[in-house]
Ligand binder design. Structure first.
Ligand code: PRP
Length: 214
């Protein structure tokens, strides 16, 4: 019977995470990138890997449906889930930023309209600065919002910067660095302490040996 359930975010960093798990000696032999399967087991069936949408990983972990989650810091921050964040996998590196037209100057006496997939992150960032905002929640193509007057600025992920550049926008302010993190359910951290620690140690060793090689 499985001892640990790991929720892994589908999408960009999933393959890299699977490679990292493999170098830590944890194999999911049925896994391949194009598979539509959502549940995989390691060789001795002690670890169950479930693939979920990145935005849902913190919920699975907070509610104990998974003991461990591997997901971007962006989704952890936005979810505000009560989980322990214990390891930075150093994958999927990017940042949260405020972006808009280079000549944009905010009027601090007016509410700023901010389009974003991450309204909680935007509210917290501007709240700390004392700037009141109205968020426009979008689910993608956020860069379009300033171009068509839906919002004055956006709060979004910037990786290479090419989406901003190709749409005539620029970073106005950095918010926070993002990368793939390992999170743990608070109850599992106590009740499955040995298994959780062992899993994290294996990943740490794999990360260290990968950084030695690079
Ligand atoms: C993300 C993000 C930016 C883009 C940043 O979008 O929301 O739009 O990537 O990457 P870049 O700096 O390398 O250009 P995603 O690709 O997830 O698509 P989406 O617009 O559907 O959200």
């Amino acid at each position: 019977m499985e001892k640990l359930t790991i929720a892994l975010a589908k999408g960009r960093p999933a393959k890299n995470t699977i490679d990292l798990l493999q170098s830590a000696g944890i194999y999911f032999k049925d896994f391949h990138e194009k598979s539509r399967k959502l549940v995989f087991y390691n060789a001795d069936q002690s670890i169950k890997l479930i693939f979920v949408k990145a935005v849902d990983v913190p919920t699975y972990v907070e509610r104990g449906a998974a003991d461990i989650g591997i997901v971007g810091k962006d989704n952890i921050l936005e979810s505000q889930a009560k989980v322990y964040e214990l390891l930075d996998l150093d994958l999927g590196k990017c940042k949260f930023a405020v972006a808009g037209y280079a000549d944009f100057r905010p009027d601090f006496n007016q509410k700023l309209t901010v389009a974003t997939k991450y309204p909680n992150v935007a509210k917290r960032f501007f709240g700390q600065k004392g700037q009141s905002i109205e968020t426009v929640k979008l689910n993608g193509s956020v860069e379009l919002a300033p171009l068509i007057g839906l919002a004055e600025v956006i709060v979004d992920i910037v990786e290479t910067g090419s989406t901003l550049k190709e749409n005539g926008l620029t970073v106005l302010e950095d918010i926070e660095k993002i990368s793939t993190r390992l999170i743990v359910n608070q109850a599992s951290f106590a009740t499955k302490a040995q298994e959780v620690k062992h899993f994290i140690e294996k990943l740490k060793e794999a990360l260290e040996s990968a950084s030695c090689k690079s």
